[in-house]
Each structure stands twice: as structure tokens, then as C-alpha cells.
Design a protein around this ligand. Structure first.
Ligand code: PMV
Length: 348
């Protein structure tokens, strides 16, 4: 895609013009969290939505993205948003409008927006696309409304739609520990890959927002989870700086298990894993014992993501792909930040 790519490394924030004649299209990749966001700080104003209770570290992934086109629609009474051509309604639309409300307030405009979004994250991959969707929405709407070209402001805006989206504004390795995320190393910093083992591509029974709120409200392990999170992040950042894959996987697995343990101890309990999830974890342990450096992580679902060297990624995918209950595997590599371009009237 042509257009301006945000790498987050320098450059002053420039104020743009309102895009009245045409539209703005943005493309944002998904990201995988190595050190998990699980828990929100209390919000007093709508703009405080999804402030994290714990710091997180992610890797943006190449080639799995959302593309979103935004234009002003002064004739509409309320925002219109389609995903893959189907109109969003209810809470899904309200979530989009919460982001657009902030854009309107900051830009001093009243008009509704027309938003068209396409996910290029195969449904079969069982990967959440909320991070890429909200990051693409925030970037496209900001540019359309002439807001300053400021990646940190876009990240904070994306966060209002979905916490993890704050990280998808940036490419490569990203830390999120406050209103906005920030890039720490670019995608090319380290030749790693992420193998996705799909156990179940269906919708999860309880979404991350409700699950982390229930964990915070009812889990006796939530307090300790929050207390130890910073230490795990620091261990991961040290490992990242040293390009020590073994140590990075250790920190990643600790964060994953502690997040899931805190959720499992909720009332009623939240258990995302299925039997093949555990089988894949055991396979990862066996590969590691056999001298292949790799580690696992799971988000709010049963699918497993395996961090490894690029050189061993396809062998790992073949091995976990042969595990009973694994439906599909995908090999992905680090990707870049959101990119934005102007499109002419009539294009979509
Ligand atoms: O921001 P959300 O609501 O998509 O929550 C993301 C939660 C996890 O994926 C489990 C962890 C993370 O840091 O992405």
C-alpha cells in the first residue's frame, strides 16, 4: 500500500486539513502480546476507557491486517460502519462511535462518519482482529478530521476502541503502559516468527473486556497478578535487549500462565483452553527439551501462538499441526505500523 507509514521513530506532529472531498484509508496489522494486558485502571471520563492496570509488550505481525476507509457523511444522522460489507449495529457500532466521538470533539466537528472496514485476518486463523480494526479506524478518522499526525495520540485513540489496539499503531516490538503505547524495537530488530496453532476458530464464549472485568471483580489472584506484572515485563525487556530467546519465552510463558490462572480463579471461572490447547503446550515443551528454542502464549481463547526463530518456524508448524485437535497452523513474522493514504472521491 502506498501512503505514509508510521514507524513511530521521530518526526514532529504535523496538523493536517479536514478531508472533505474524498476519504482516508488506513491499514493496521494485528499484534500478539508476549506480556499480557489483563485488567483496566478505573476510568473517570470516556477518554480514560481501557487504561491498563498492567504494562504489556507485543509484537506486531505482518500480513494479517484490517483496512478501513473513513469519510465524512454529513447527511447521515449517526455513524455508519460496515465490516466486510455487513452493517454493524448495537454494541459493535457503539464502540466505533465512541472512538469517532473523541475525534469529533478534538477536531471540533459534528458530522457523522461513514466507515468501511475489511478484515484480512482469515476467520479460520482464530485470531482476534479487534486490535487491527480499532487501530485502522483511529488512524483513518484522525487523518480525515485533520488531527495532528501524532502516533501517540492515535494510539491513545485506538485504545478507546480496544486496549490492545493501542499497540497496533506501531510496528515491531511495542510497550503499552499508560494512555498510549510506544515502539521499543522495529520489526527487523530480530528474525523471529510466530506460529499460530488453531484449535478453535469460533467466537469465544466470553470476550476479553467482560472476562478481565470479572477477573478484577472476583478473582483472588487478580491483586497478585497486577503486583507482579511489571517484574515480568522488565525480565522480558532485558531478554529482548539481549536477544535471548530462551529468557524471553520464559517471561512470556509466565505472563501467559499468570493471566490465565487469574481468570480461572474468577467466579464463575473463566477457562479458555480446550484439550488440544494443552496438547500443544506439551509439544512445545518437548521441542524445547529437544533443543529447539520456542515458547507458547495464549490470549482470550484456546489457540496457541508459538514464538521461535524464523529458521525453525516451518518445522514447528508441521509438528504442532500434527497434534490431535489442531485444525490449522499459520506462520507469521514481525510487521510494520499503521499506514494511511488519501483516496479520491468514489473509491472505497
Ligand atoms: O484489548 P482487548 O480487549 O482486545 O484485550 C486483549 C487481551 C489479551 O489479548 C488477552 C491480552 C493482550 O495483551 O492482548
Amino acid at each position: 500500500m502506498s501512503g505514509d507509514q508510521i514507524d513511530g521513530y521521530g518526526g514532529p506532529a504535523a496538523q493536517g486539513d479536514l478531508v472533505l472531498d474524498g476519504a482516508v484509508r488506513a491499514r493496521a496489522n494485528i499484534n500478539v502480546a508476549l506480556i499480557k494486558y489483563w485488567g483496566k485502571a478505573s476510568a473517570k471520563a470516556p477518554e480514560d476507557a481501557n487504561l491498563p492496570a498492567v504494562p504489556s509488550l507485543s509484537l506486531t505481525l505482518d500480513g494479517l491486517y484490517t483496512e478501513t476507509t473513513v469519510r465524512f457523511a454529513p447527511d447521515l444522522e449517526q455513524d455508519r460502519c460496515t465490516l466486510g460489507g455487513a452493517p454493524l449495529t448495537g454494541e459493535a457500532l457503539a464502540r466505533v462511535s465512541r472512538v469517532l466521538d473523541v475525534v469529533r470533539r478534538r477536531a471540533g466537528v459534528a458530522s457523522a462518519f461513514d466507515v468501511r472496514s475489511f478484515n484480512h485476518v482469515p476467520t479460520a486463523a482464530g485470531l482476534a482482529s479487534s486490535a487491527s480494526s480499532m487501530a485502522a479506524l483511529a488512524a483513518a478518522a484522525s487523518r480525515c478530521a485533520g488531527l495532528p499526525d501524532d502516533p501517540a495520540a492515535m494510539s491513545a485513540l485506538a485504545r478507546i476502541g480496544s486496549g490492545s489496539a493501542s499497540r497496533s499503531i506501531f510496528g515491531g516490538w511495542v510497550v503499552w503502559d499508560g494512555p498510549a503505547a510506544r515502539p521499543v524495537y522495529p520489526a527487523g530488530y530480530w528474525d523471529l516468527a510466530v506460529v499460530v496453532a488453531v484449535v478453535d476458530a469460533g467466537r469465544k464464549k466470553i470476550g476479553s473486556r467482560a472476562a478481565m472485568n470479572r477477573t478484577a471483580r472476583t478473582s483472588p489472584l487478580y491483586g497478585p497478578w497486577v503486583e507482579q506484572a511489571r517484574g515480568t515485563l522488565e525480565a522480558a525487556l532485558e531478554a529482548l535487549e539481549a536477544r535471548d530467546l530462551g529468557a524471553l519465552c520464559q517471561a512470556m510463558e509466565l505472563s501467559t500462565m499468570r493471566m490465565h490462572a487469574s481468570a480461572m480463579a474468577s467466579s464463575p471461572p473463566i477457562l479458555y483452553w480446550q484439550a488440544p490447547t494443552l496438547a500443544v503446550l506439551r509439544e512445545v515443551e518437548r521441542m524445547r527439551e529437544g533443543g529447539v528454542p520456542c515458547g507458547y502464549t495464549m490470549d482470550a481463547g484456546p489457540n496457541v501462538k508459538i514464538l521461535c526463530d524464523v529458521a525453525s518456524a516451518h518445522a514447528i508448524a508441521a509438528r504442532v499441526g500434527a497434534t490431535a485437535g489442531v485444525r490449522e497452523t499459520y506462520v507469521t513474522t514481525p510487521g510494520g505500523g499503521v499506514s494511511v493514504e488519501l483516496v479520491t472521491q468514489g473509491a472505497s
